[in-house]
Ligand binder design. Sequence first.
Ligand SMILES: Cc1cc2nc3c(=O)[nH]c(=O)nc-3n(C[C@H](O)[C@H](O)[C@H](O)COP(=O)(O)OP(=O)(O)OC[C@H]3O[C@@H](n4cnc5c(N)ncnc54)[C@H](O)[C@@H]3O)c2cc1C
Length: 398
Amino acid sequence: MTQKKNAPLGVEGGYDYIICGGGMAGLSLAYYLKTSTLAHHSILIIEPQEKDKNDRTWAFWGNTENAFEHILYKKWSSVCFVDADGKSQVLDIENYQYKLLRGIDFYNFVIGELKGLGNIEWLKDSVSSIDDSDDLATITTTNGTQFQAKYVFDSTYKLKLDNRNNHNLLQHFKGLVIKSVEPIFNPSLPDMMNFGVVQYNDCRFIYVLPFDEHTAIVEYTLFSEKLLQEKEYDIELKKYISEKLQLSNYQILEEEFGVIPMSDEPTNEFPSKHVVRIGTAGGYTNPATGYTFQNTQKRLKGIVESLEKTGSPIIKDAWFKKRFLFYASVLLNVLEQKRQPAAEVFTRLYERNHPSQIFKFLDGETNFWEEIKIMYSTKKPIFIAAVFDVIKRKFTKL
Ligand SMILES: Cc1cc2nc3c(=O)[nH]c(=O)nc-3n(C[C@H](O)[C@H](O)[C@H](O)COP(=O)(O)OP(=O)(O)OC[C@H]3O[C@@H](n4cnc5c(N)ncnc54)[C@H](O)[C@@H]3O)c2cc1C
């Protein structure tokens, strides 16, 4: 373990790294540090919550195993897509799998791995400010204590998503884990996107992620600018369960509600010399899908590798990678401006391309030729209009 740095008067202690927020990104980072050559470095994790509840469930696709593969709750080798007319197709996702990780399993596993290590300290408090100076960063907690570190990793920063030149949609959803008396779910086939619900001129769909024949998470999801009233999610969920699943006899085991930014507003992952924003705060959410989990894992692994190799966490993307942000802006523009019904946009994408190519594209891993083919499968006049609108908005001050 490295010696704690000498802290100036009035400052509690110095660390190699301070992690603000012990949620998904903060804990993932601590885990990657623990499993790296930097395992002996001193770390302070500041988190106000206990992390003893299943407060969220992460679903994501992947074509390689990740660090948390052994604690996945479920994984599926195929998924179902249902269009607005109720026509369902099983997508051939080739070497990808659709995976599900429960928050509580993640918290228990990672905290269990880290607790008791001599170089990791935990503080149940909230960060109120982070200040950077020439050679270190200082954080102040709400009860006035200060700590310093060479690098502060901040997952608590609240993104400001209010610039009208950009597209600021929200992915918002309510999910119920239900248990039916009858065996009605197919445990090997989740509905990844089911547009067979009234669209109300929005983008609305259902996820059904089955755990077994009796139990599934059923989630009502929207991509739109404004949240609904709480009862509206409930009405639509109940309607889907009674009309489409034809279930009257079931038990609600758990509920989740979430809002994820789907925004092309530029984020600042490295706001100053010794501060790195991570997770949602660092802009790790895919603006076109709201998926954040897998991207966070990739990015944090990259940051830890960079720390190992160079001593600095700063990694820069090649400029040509930025094109994926532009593609996301175009898709967001089509959805925000309601240029084409969202159900049609996604149906066309999944029907006219190999689904695995769409996953690869959304992960920012396709080459330019593959991207041209995907662009060609969209309704061109609509997407071209969106391209011009994005360019106009990005270069004009509204
Ligand atoms: C209900 C829900 C379901 C989701 N499902 C998916 C999904 O299926 N797939 C996917 O890819 N993404 C999903 N996401 C999006 C994303 O993966 C999660 O939000 C993820 O938890 C983001 O990780 P994070 O570390 O950035 O934030 P969090 O996990 O929220 O962690 C931030 C932590 O900071 C703490 N904190 C806040 N303020 C302070 C402060 N001032 N000082 C100290 N600590 C503080 C919080 O208590 C929290 O523990 C979901 C989000 C939600 C809300």
